[in-house]
Unconditional design. Structure first.
Length: 321
């Protein structure tokens, strides 16, 4: 089993290359099995429309039960595509569940040899944050193949721009809601899906939140489950030394009234602010990324800065020094 120790040197990151038209993106399935072939093929069509070639480790992932394949085979396919010199980036077919079971089979030294971007969200955020924490590999938290089919036009355009090297995306373009903390702050961007990230507590795959700007989002979870996960993270000391917190969507379902959505959102915010207490760290809400149609890409590993009292973030790419 991997060590709990974070082996990455502070402020040193690998440097995946930006993509160009004609480059190849590998499509992998480290989590759930293919359950919506129509959405899958629509997503592939969008990626091809960007001008990229696509490569697959196999024809399809029918899987069994709820996973795309066995833990070992999913890890082997990941390594196969990662080591392929003709593949410049990897995108995940879908999220769901399964990455946690695959992590113990990964060879970090081999992954570090060929830095490239890994695209995905939801369950995939476990893999992205683990690789960022252990070997300093930045990743693009954004759509998977199947979610591209229903993604907003603005999020698709933002993804295309980020893949080609425009890293000044969504975080810089709009004012957010400053819930707490007038002092401002600076930190490395980490995070993703709350449910997924909470599953690594107490495991060898937990990551450091110290001096980080932590992004959290989740949908389809009632308030008591959100409360339970936030409380568990708090008791584990995860919020103790964070540089700041960024919040995405926390809707229960797509059928809520605007009043119900607002009430649920404010309950989530209220519980988190109770946890933060008197610490003067910035807590901002309104990040458009995650389990929503407007799933704009975030570059995990970027340096996020919030000026005192400001509601807009500045973002700098990960440093190699």
């Amino acid at each position: 089993m991997p060590s709990r120790k974070n082996n990455k040197q502070d402020k040193m990151f690998l440097q995946p290359k930006a993509l160009e038209p004609g480059d190849t993106i590998g499509v992998i399935a480290p989590s759930g099995r293919l359950s919506n072939s129509d959405a899958f093929y629509k997503g592939l069509h969008i990626l091809e429309g960007f001008g990229y070639r696509l490569r697959f480790p196999r024809k399809l992932w029918p899987g069994s039960d709820y996973l795309a394949d066995t833990d070992e085979n999913r890890a082997l396919e990941f390594h196969k595509m990662w080591a392929d010199e003709e593949v410049q980036a990897l995108i995940c077919m879908r999220g769901g569940y399964g990455v946690l079971r695959m992590l113990e089979f990964l060879e970090l030294k081999e992954i570090k040899k060929t830095p490239k971007y890994l695209l995905g969200f939801s369950d995939i955020s476990l893999l992205q944050n683990y690789l960022l924490d252990r070997i300093g590999l930045p990743a693009i938290h954004g759509p998977v193949v199947t979610s591209l089919a229903t993604a907003s036009r603005s999020s698709v355009r933002a993804l295309q721009a980020m893949l080609t090297g425009d890293l000044q995306q969504m975080l810089c373009e709009r004012d957010l809601e400053l819930l707490h903390g007038e002092a401002g702050g600076t930190g490395t961007l980490v995070g993703g899906n709350l449910t997924s990230l909470s599953t690594v507590l107490g495991t060898p795959f937990d990551i450091s939140w110290k001096d980080k700007f932590v992004f959290l989002e989740d949908v389809g979870e009632p308030i008591y489950r959100i409360d339970r996960m936030l409380t568990q993270l708090a008791y584990a000391g995860k919020f103790k030394d964070v540089a700041g917190i960024l919040l995405g969507d926390f809707s229960v379902s797509g059928h809520e009234s605007s009043m119900e959505k607002m009430r649920h959102r404010e309950m989530v915010w209220s519980r988190l602010l109770e946890i933060v207490g008197k610490r003067n760290i910035p807590v901002l809400a309104g990040i458009r990324s995650g389990h929503i149609m407007d799933n704009h890409p975030l570059l995990l590993g970027s340096t996020v800065r919030v000026a005192p009292g400001e509601r807009r973030l500045s973002v700098a790419p990960p440093s190699a020094e």
